[in-house]
Design a binder for this molecule. Structure first.
Ligand SMILES: Cc1cc2nc3c(=O)[nH]c(=O)nc-3n(C[C@H](O)[C@H](O)[C@H](O)COP(=O)(O)O)c2cc1C
Length: 196
């Protein structure tokens, strides 16, 4: 059985509410064992300032964290499992998801956060809706998220894709719903046993 001390953070990265990616993620989450903590955050509700690369600035990039940034950092650190639920936008993640990933670079430098080491202990997952019937076109999204997880030495749980264009349409993608029902169960299987 999946350990109920696991804590899932779902980051909703669509630019519309009630979209397909969220619907698919909720289908998958419904199968998590009772007692598994779930936190759902909509990135559009927590806007981050335009990302600025201050890694090599004279002050070493030291700066105050904004309120939304602090909330997202703390939520990320608190989770054992981080699910990036982003629609496929131009073959990759949405801009809010990408901005969140860019902030990881800031968070590596937050004193006391121990970000790199703590990220390495997590499992990362992707959920995405796309309007193409050819799921191969989501490879850049999956590769971005898988490689970013691997950068930290974290575990890659896998990607769950569903076909949809109009909101709600993903609920008509039977095979995607079937995959959703089993998606997080792969967390119970040995590392490397999950699909994508
Ligand atoms: C800016 C933008 C870019 C998109 N790019 C792609 C794409 O590259 N490939 C694709 O199959 N669908 C693409 N789509 C369609 C969405 O992925 C699709 O409508 C999906 O269901 C939206 O998910 P959501 O309902 O969770 O927002 C794009 C949609 C938008 C708005």
């Amino acid at each position: 059985m999946m350990n109920d001390s696991r804590s899932f953070l779902f980051l909703l990265a669509s630019s519309r509410e009630g979209g397909n990616t969220e619907a698919l993620a909720r289908e998958a989450a419904a199968q998590l064992p009772a007692g598994t903590e779930q936190r759902w955050l909509r990135l559009a509700d927590l806007p981050l300032p335009v990302f600025e690369d201050v890694r090599h600035a004279p002050d070493g990039g030291g700066r105050e964290l904004g309120e939304n940034e602090r909330l997202l950092l703390d939520a990320t650190l608190a989770a054992t499992d981080v699910v990036i639920a982003s629609p496929l936008y131009w073959y990759s993640v949405s801009s809010s998801a990408k901005l969140y990933l860019d902030y990881w670079s800031h968070w590596l430098r937050v004193p006391g956060a121990d970000f790199k080491e703590r990220m390495g202990g997590k499992t990362f997952w992707a959920v995405s809706a796309l309007a193409s019937e050819d799921q191969q076109v989501a490879e850049p999204l999956l590769g971005t998220l898988r490689l970013s997880a691997e950068y930290f030495g974290a575990r890659w749980g896998g990607g769950l894709l569903g076909y949809a264009n109009r909101p709600g349409q993903v609920l008509a993608d039977g095979p995607a719903l079937e995959r959703a029902r089993d998606f997080f169960a792969s967390a119970r299987r040995p590392v490397g046993a999950s699909g994508v």
